[in-house]
Design a protein around this ligand. Structure first.
Ligand code: SF4
Length: 602
């Protein structure tokens, strides 16, 4: 008789060894999907050696970028392995990975295109013909290259703008895109080289952007050596040595009337005082997300003159008493990220004064992260969902600490305001307004770009004096004074002063001063629909009026005749009941078209 058979003829199960029993017991305690050995090895290679205290939870988005860059997408086995390696729950890894547009979660065996070409289809690029590029490029590039429509990539003066993987293609044509694809497959351009020192004051009441024929993807930069040779970093060094008075710096800021230039317009000096009064340790979070369609001023200054911003950041750190600084840069600015990291490294290697800890963080494609509390969530490695306030982030912000939050440009002006005196800044202005504003102008003008113009200038003056007038064959018909969210005004209101607080009576706001100009062949309703589709794509989905309202409004606005009653209801609910500025401002284009352009929708 076979000793392993029973009388009934069935094979008897041999007793398990002690080793096998241990394995069975261990596996029985494991919950959920277990990582594959190969995926785990690849994740470990991407993340590097595990620190003694474990991988940082707040760097989750950075870890996802490393995997995404290396494998072209986020494969599910890698996410499982990442959760194991970092100790972050799988559900959290997945919910973050699936939130951001620049991450694509795919099954283990999914085919991933070798290259992605992003064609901007926001308003300025649409006016310049991006739709035609989107239609023609797939057939020309073949199946190995994926062509997708992308929201504003921050190059509106170069419309139509395209990104081949990480390489920008300004004034894109099919030939230019093909050339970049064939030449280097979309690698980000090398960091720019030093040129002559850039002085923003010399550009006051002039264009900062060069004419089209002098455009460079990477303009020459004022690097660390050049900036210091020109007296840079003297102010934070003097503050550190006790040779400059922090209160005098604060008074200069207040006297200049400098306000938050990311769009909110909160007085900068008052913000510094509020955060300074909070208990230490305090943090600084810098917003360079620049996602508002039509806005490209931060990039324009940053790629020429990064240290003026870094100096303003150090001054803020000294005056407010900041322990660590987090700079949040939009993912689309690959070349700027390289440049900024290089210059931060040079600053840290040879500091002019004791430095706070400085971390440069990379966004991952989410417009809502331009909202301060959403950005803070993202820096913490979470989904970029705005927080309910109070508490305000000045009290309870990043990692639960009092946090000073600033847009890039606000800090950029600190050195000049203190050195030249606040009256230098307030000496500019028109029509009763004071200060300088960096307008990002795009659309149907001859010479688009960043225009450093007096606060209160009108759009008619901006177009005529700074932009060479309207493009041939176009007459001024309408304009968006503050990007997609700031509303749309008709040419009959082209003589309003452009500044904080001047446009609200007309249902608009200046926001980040992104002015998109429409001609008489364009329709305001098309611009409004473009904006609403953008909001629908970018809604974080946290609150129903915004999530459902933007999608429903976009569908209604695409109809030949508008259902104005239903759209009016939707606008009311979105404006009243959304948590953050995205949902609250989304109705602006609807209301403006109904008020100023009723002939287009009846
Ligand atoms: Fe998210 Fe929109 Fe609500 Fe803002 S308003 S929290 S974007 S759903």
């Amino acid at each position: 008789m076979n000793p392993t058979s029973t009388d009934e003829g069935q094979a008897a199960v041999p007793p398990a060894s002690e080793q096998a029993l241990r394995t069975i017991r261990r596996q029985a305690k494991l919950k959920g999907r277990q990582p594959e050995e190969q995926a785990l090895a690849e994740v470990r290679e991407c993340l590097g050696p595990r620190p003694a205290e474990g991988h940082r939870r707040d760097l989750l988005i950075e870890y996802l970028h490393r995997l995404n860059d290396r494998f072209g997408a986020l494969r599910e086995p890698h996410l499982v392995a990442l959760a194991r390696e970092t100790g972050i729950p799988m559900a959290e890894v997945y919910e973050v990975a699936s939130f951001y547009h620049h991450f694509e979660v795919v099954p283990a065996d999914a085919a991933v295109p070798a290259l992605t070409v992003r064609v901007c289809d926001s308003l300025s690029c649409s006016l310049a013909g991006s739709r035609e590029l989107l239609e023609r490029l797939p057939a020309l590039l073949g199946t190995e290259v994926r062509v997708v429509a992308a929201p504003c990539i921050g190059r509106c003066e170069q419309a139509p703008a395209v990104a081949v993987h990480q390489a920008p293609v300004p004034h894109a044509t099919t030939d230019a895109v093909l050339q970049v694809v064939r030449a280097h497959g979309g690698a980000a351009p090398e960091a720019s080289v030093a040129g002559t020192a850039f002085d923003p004051a010399a550009h006051a009441e002039r264009s900062v952007s060069p004419p089209r024929e002098q455009l460079q993807v990477l303009p020459a930069v004022t690097d660390y050596a050049l900036y210091r040779a020109g007296g840079g970093y003297a102010l934070p060094a003097a503050l550190a040595r006790g040779q400059a008075d922090p209160d005098a710096v604060l008074r200069a800021l207040e006297d200049s009337g400098l306000r938050g230039l990311g769009g909110a317009g909160f007085p900068a000096g008052r913000k510094w005082r509020i955060v300074r009064e909070q208990p230490a340790p305090r943090l600084l979070a810098v917003n360079i997300d620049e996602g508002e369609p039509g806005t490209f001023k931060d990039r324009t200054f940053l790629e020429r003159d990064p240290h003026r911003f870094l100096e303003g950041m150090l001054v803020a750190a000294q005056v407010v008493g900041i322990e660590a600084v987090y700079i949040y840069l939009r993912d689309e600015y690959h070349d700027v990220r390289r440049l900024l990291q290089r210059e931060i490294d040079r600053l840290v290697a040879d500091p002019p004064c004791p430095l706070p800890r400085i971390e440069l963080r990379r966004g991952a494609g989410a417009y809502v992260c331009g909202e301060e509390s959403a950005m803070i969530e993202s820096i913490e490695g979470k989904r970029g969902e705005p927080r309910l306030r109070p508490p305000y982030i000045a009290q309870l912000g990043l990692f639960g600490r009092p946090t000073l939050e600033h847009n890039f440009e606000t800090l950029y002006w600190v050195r000049d305001i203190v050195e030249r005196g606040p009256q230098w800044f307030t000496g500019f202005g028109r029509h009763g307004r004071k200060g300088l504003r960096a307008f990002s102008v795009s659309g149907r003008v001859k010479f688009p770009g960043v225009k450093l113009a007096p606060a209160g200038i009108t759009v008619r003056e901006l177009v005529d004096e700074y932009c060479g007038g309207m493009q041939d064959g176009h007459e001024l018909y309408a304009y968006l004074p503050g990007g997609a969210s700031g509303g749309i005004l008709p040419a009959s209101l082209a003589d309003l002063p452009l500044d904080f607080d001047t446009l609200q009576p007309h249902g608009c706001f200046i926001g980040s001063a992104a002015v998109v100009v429409l001609g008489h062949h364009d329709r305001a309703r098309d611009a409004a629909l473009n904006a609403m589709r953008f909001f629908a794509d970018e809604s974080c989905g946290q609150c129903t009026p915004c999530r459902v309202g933007t999608a429903k409004a976009a569908a209604l606005m695409a109809q030949p005749g508008w259902d104005t009653a239903t759209l009016g209801d939707l606008a009311q609910v979105m404006g009243d009941a959304s948590i953050c500025g995205l949902g609250q401002a989304a109705p602006n284009p609807i209301r403006c078209v109904q008020k100023y352009f009723p002939h287009e929708i009846s």
